[in-house]
Design a protein around this ligand. Structure first.
Ligand code: RB5
Length: 151
């Protein structure tokens, strides 16, 4: 899977632990930054890098890490085609893909530890959309909301 990941200063230490882990899982991982800890950087910039890559099809899935996961999630969901969610448990991380076709995982580097984050990322990356009729129907309703807002 082509995976992009990025983090602001709040998520930087966790991203630095996640990237080598994700590379070892065999996924094609692109680290979009930050590349050093800059307390003055802003999470929307990194969320947009990931969201654009996923929405354009340059990446299959994305992970954004900020301090809480909240700002990253809010920002990523501003990009049409992105379905981002904060998941700090493995059930949500795979169910969000299976039922909701979540394509961006948001994590709070100040909320969860690296080992839990690795398991959550693995659950996210290992999951596939169910394609069940009720999930497709709900996904189409999400797309309709997005299209209406874009008009
Ligand atoms: C940065 O200090 C922090 O506000 C940011 O990483 C994030 O938690 C926002 O939701």
């Amino acid at each position: 899977m082509r995976l992009v990941i990025a983090a602001d200063h709040g998520g930087f230490p966790l991203k630095e632990e996640l990237v080598p882990f994700l590379q070892r899982t065999g996924h094609q991982v692109s680290d979009l930054g930050a590349y050093h800890l800059d307390p003055a950087d802003d999470y929307p910039d990194f969320a947009k890098l990931v969201a654009d890559a996923v929405a354009s099809g340059r990446a299959d899935r994305g992970i954004v890490v900020c301090g809480s996961g909240v700002g990253a999630c809010v920002a990523a969901n501003k990009v049409p085609g992105v379905r981002a969610a904060i998941c700090h448990d493995t059930y949500s991380a795979h169910q969000g893909v299976e039922h909701d076709k979540m394509n961006v995982l948001c994590l709070g580097g100040r909320v969860i530890g690296a080992e839990a984050a690795k398991e959550i990322a693995a659950a996210f990356l290992g999951a596939r959309f169910s394609c069940e009729e009720r999930h497709v129907r709900r996904l189409n309703k999400l797309k309709a909301i997005e299209q209406e807002a874009l008009r």
